[in-house]
Design a protein. Structure first.
Length: 258
């Protein structure tokens, strides 16, 4: 095999002096070269067969992303409105019974839930409100934070967060507390002149209603009562966050995952 070290070998054709000497390179067969090459043991790597597969059909992380996040994948359980309502604690500072309101919301009967809410507010406002059968705006302060938050939590749970006093407060603040724009958005007024809908038949008692449509508060005699409710301490902390603040919090929460 010493001839492999020389680049070429000269072969002279004797007997034909007049013919020029011919240089013929001696190139060994490819198989010989391969056999003479130093043997190297390839590194042992695990391989994955992709035969018959397309790249876009392959999963980089298998059937779950648990290894990416470092734990067991979290499975979100969807909670029905009925389950959400039943999970609301019926807290009351005065021992008020909220089981009837809870049951109406579990059944999805928003009309009866609206009537029950009005009756509860009258009782919570005090004996004078009970006598006249309606609440004066100065009596709203008599209602405790715990009771207002129970009412609100039941409404939000029974509507997937679509209805409730805190929802109305948020929309009111987003509209710069301008009543005309607010009433238009929650569909309490109609027509070009923003005529207030007739209570109770012209309001919508279903999930087809716009966000914040329920519960109702009589504003025919003015907005003082409704404003007193929306500005109650029970809803102050929930409405201070602007949309930008909520978006920032959501982004921060996402970053914490990584």
């Amino acid at each position: 095999m010493a001839h492999l070290g020389a680049p070429s070998t000269r072969t002279v054709c004797r007997g034909q002096a007049q013919q020029r000497t011919q240089i013929v390179p001696c190139v060994p067969p490819a198989a010989t070269l391969r056999s003479c090459a130093p043997s190297r043991t390839p590194p042992q790597h695990s391989t994955v067969a992709f035969a018959g597969s397309k790249l876009d059909n392959l999963s980089l992380f298998g059937s779950s992303t648990s290894s990416l996040l470092g734990g067991t994948p979290v499975v979100e359980k969807k909670v029905s409105p009925k389950e959400a309502v039943m999970a609301v604690p019926l807290n009351s500072a005065v021992g008020m019974d909220y089981t009837a309101l809870r049951d109406f919301l579990v059944e999805g009967d928003f009309r009866k839930a609206e009537d029950e809410t009005r009756a509860l507010l009258i009782k919570l406002a005090g004996p004078d409100a009970v006598k006249r059968n309606w609440v004066y705006f100065t009596e709203v302060k008599n209602i405790s934070v715990a009771d207002f938050q129970t009412l609100d939590a039941l409404w939000k749970a029974g509507s997937n967060g679509k209805f409730g006093y805190s929802v109305q407060k948020e929309i009111w603040v987003q509209n710069s507390k301008r009543w005309a724009k607010f009433f238009k958005q929650i569909d309490w007024t109609q027509g070009e002149n923003n005529v207030y809908r007739k209570w109770p038949m012209e309001f919508t008692y279903s999930m087809d209603a716009p966000r914040g449509h329920l519960p109702l508060t009589n504003a025919l005699r003015g907005t003082q009562l409704f404003q007193a409710i929306l500005e109650h301490p029970a809803f102050e902390a929930q409405a201070k966050k602007s949309i930008d603040q909520k978006a920032a919090e959501a982004a921060t929460g996402t970053l914490k995952l990584f």
